[in-house]
Design a binder for this molecule. Structure first.
Ligand code: SF4
Ligand code: ZN
Length: 278
């Protein structure tokens, strides 16, 4: 995920996960002098909530001597989440908030010259998101889950999730054990109700079947990896021998003909001949 010369922008909300992530990366970064950390806090404009988070984030960064940048929805997009939540919209406030926060983080990370953008999503978040996508029937999101960097435009800062395989309970334990301050007040605009239900269900199942959250998150990752491979294979080009469209250098027909004539099993490097009769 990380390279010695990376400038890592860390999304810092002031909650236990992001404070934990920042501390862990800070410990790592000290071993790599060319690497650099910048903490990035997004002020969504939520009164009675974000103020506390920003002051906690500032405190954490002062303590660790990490550069801290705060950007706001208001200055970037001319809206606040309080405005959005007070209107009747098609979607729930969290849907707008999530999309705009991602944009704010990406744009700011790019402006700051970051080479990676680290977010504090944990294993619970990943498993919940996977199941939410299934329940919404959002096949595209399911298949895109791990396709982040390969075909992304240059304006997209590669995103990393170092805690994606760490249980939420464990980041909480780390945060309590390291004695840092973090925000515990919930957002007044509320979390997605479906996510709340899925969280309760997954916690109950994980108690009976430890490892289940990991299996769910990993299955979806593999699903999107597989989709990516299939897509790559579907990218047709012209056969080097006959010019017909083929996903390989040489089409299957030419490969078969060549194999029949030469009697060799593998006629061209990297183009396996599959047995269709099975
Ligand atoms: Fe935004 Fe929803 Fe989180 Fe509040 S709960 S900060 S509105 S995503
Ligand atoms: Zn051919």
């Amino acid at each position: 995920m990380l390279e010695p010369h990376d400038t890592v922008a860390v999304a810092l909300s002031g909650g236990k996960d992001s404070v934990t992530l920042l501390r862990v990366l800070w410990k790592l970064e000290r071993r790599f002098p060319p690497a650099r950390l910048i903490a990035l806090t997004v002020d969504e404009g939520i009164s009675g909530y974000r103020g506390e988070a920003i002051s906690i984030s500032r405190e954490v960064c002062e303590d660790l001597k990490i550069e801290h940048v705060v950007v706001s929805f208001d200055e970037l997009f001319g809206v606040t989440m309080d405005d959005v939540a007070s209107r009747r919209n098609e979607l729930k406030p969290c849907s707008y908030c999530g999309v705009l926060r991602r944009k704010a983080l990406n744009e700011s990370a790019r402006r700051l010259g970051a080479t990676k953008l680290a977010t504090a999503h944990n294993l619970d978040d990943e498993a919940q998101t996977a199941l939410i996508n299934v329940m919404h029937g959002d096949v595209e999101r399911i298949l895109q889950a791990s396709q982040t960097t390969t075909k992304a435009p240059a304006s997209f800062i590669p995103r990393i999730k170092p805690l994606a395989e760490v249980l939420e309970r464990e980041t909480a334990l780390y945060a309590y054990a390291s004695g840092v301050r973090f925000q515990t007040t919930p957002c007044p605009h509320g979390h997605d109700a479906l996510r709340g239900d899925i969280r309760v269900m997954l916690n109950r199942l994980e108690l009976k079947r430890p490892g289940l959250k990991y299996t769910i998150a990993r299955s979806f990752e593999r699903l999107s990896e597989t989709a990516e491979k299939i897509e790559e294979r579907r990218a047709f080009r012209a056969c080097k021998i006959c010019g017909d469209p083929t996903p390989n250098d040489v089409c299957e027909a030419c490969l078969m003909l060549r194999t029949l004539k030469t009697g060799s099993a593998i006629a061209f490097e990297g183009t396996p001949l599959t047995d269709r009769s099975r």
